[in-house]
Design a protein around this ligand. Structure first.
Ligand code: DX5
Ligand code: ZN
Length: 225
């Protein structure tokens, strides 16, 4: 049976109580913490860096943390800093590195899992020659920068294509979808082939995280029945 993972995006959490919110969403059933890093250059917003990631580890968060870098360029020193701070996955966008293969190699060599992100309009051919270096492919289903945007349905075609690419080539790569995922579209996204679902406002805008995660998980169960 296929395994699904929920990755709450703490971008939509209450930043004044970040440690508490992170514990709460994990206790409610979140599997992976999605950590959005924005630089006000690659995307029109500014968020958090390695210091905040380190603070979450110090607070006691031991769950996998999936760092989504929306920064350009992706510098070697920031990669080291995020790994040192406790990242499990580091994902960057294809437009953000002049040397995708080299950046992937650097992340891997330093003991971290790699991820490559594609925006809604970015073609999938970037993936072909680096499949052997990828642990994760992140498909954006909104334009990166903000939580709470609407899912772009055109990206479902791309999702199915990338699912096929992973299955045909046989690499052990997780397929993650990010942006606009809600209880009323997650079933469709799961059917198209996603493994990891990043959800920000679709969890954090509800008062009871346990209840909404339970309802979302029920939607995913339908794929198995
Ligand atoms: C958007 C971020 C997402 C965002 C998702 O640029 O990469 O991770 O937090 O938030 P929702 O689920 O609200 O679209
Ligand atoms: Zn993200």
């Amino acid at each position: 049976m296929k395994q699904f993972f929920l990755a709450p995006s703490i971008l939509a959490a209450d930043f004044a109580r970040l440690g508490e919110e992170t514990v709460k969403v994990l206790e409610a059933g979140g599997d992976i913490i999605h950590f959005d890093v924005m630089d006000n250059h690659y995307v029109p917003n500014l968020t958090v860096g390695p210091i905040v990631l380190k603070a979450l580890r110090t607070y006691g968060i031991i769950a996998p943390i999936d760092v989504h870098l929306m920064i350009k360029p992706v510098s070697d020193s920031l990669i080291y800093d995020f790994i040192k701070a406790g990242a499990d996955f580091i994902t960057f966008h294809v437009e953000a590195s002049e040397h995708i293969d080299r950046t992937l190699e650097l992340i891997k060599k330093n003991g971290c899992k790699t991820g490559l992100a594609l925006n809604p309009a970015t073609p999938i051919n970037y993936l072909s020659y680096v499949m052997d270096k990828l642990d994760l492919i992140l498909l954006m289903s909104v334009n990166p920068g903000f939580s709470g945007q609407n899912f772009i349905y055109k990206t479902l075609d791309k999702l199915s294509q990338v699912r096929r690419l992973i299955d045909e080539t046989g690499y052990n790569i997780l397929l993650e979808v990010d942006g606009g995922i809600k209880i009323d579209n997650i079933y469709q996204i799961a059917l198209a082939g996603a493994d990891i679902f990043v959800i920000g406002s679709g969890i954090f805008s509800y008062p009871d995280y346990k209840k909404i995660i339970y309802l979302i998980s029920n939607e995913l169960e339908k794929v198995h029945s």
